[in-house]
Design a protein around this ligand. Structure first.
Ligand SMILES: O=C(O)CCC(=O)C(=O)O
Ligand SMILES: [Fe+2]
Length: 122
């Protein structure tokens, strides 16, 4: 969640590779520091793409993510989370630093997610 204005602007509204190396793409669409450091990404999964089980560690504090599924694929692309705080078919709220989560590969169609993350210091 490191941020310089220059680096922020160079990443804003550009597709980049997702960090799990499974081919999904992410686009930074916003970030800020109030009331807690936060970032907002658009995630795109195309056919064959998913994310293996992982956690998203932060240096300090608690990492939360609120994910809104904007577009469900025709098949596949299911979100799985070991211990969600809240989950419906479209909305997923979870501690991404301690709850292992994954997305099964999209089989047909594409999947889009608006992902809002923040770090709460303890
Ligand atoms: O696409 C998703 O539903 C989850 C992506 C993910 O790993 C995350 O938001 O930390
Ligand atoms: Fe994640």
């Amino acid at each position: 969640m490191e941020l310089s204005i220059k680096r922020f602007l160079s990443r804003l509204f550009r597709w980049e590779k997702g960090r799990q190396n499974t081919g999904y793409d992410k686009m930074l669409v916003g970030a800020g520091f109030w009331p807690n450091p936060f970032d907002v990404y658009l995630l795109r999964f195309r056919e064959g793409q998913g994310i293996p089980p992982h956690v998203d560690q932060v240096n300090s504090g608690e990492h939360y993510r609120f994910n809104l599924v904007l577009k469900q694929p025709k098949s596949g692309g299911h979100f799985r989370c070991s211990n969600p705080i809240f989950e419906s078919s479209r909305i997923k709220l979870f501690r991404s630093d301690i709850s292992e989560h994954s997305v099964t590969p999209v089989k047909q169609g594409s999947r889009y997610v608006l992902s809002i993350g923040w770090v709460k210091n303890t």
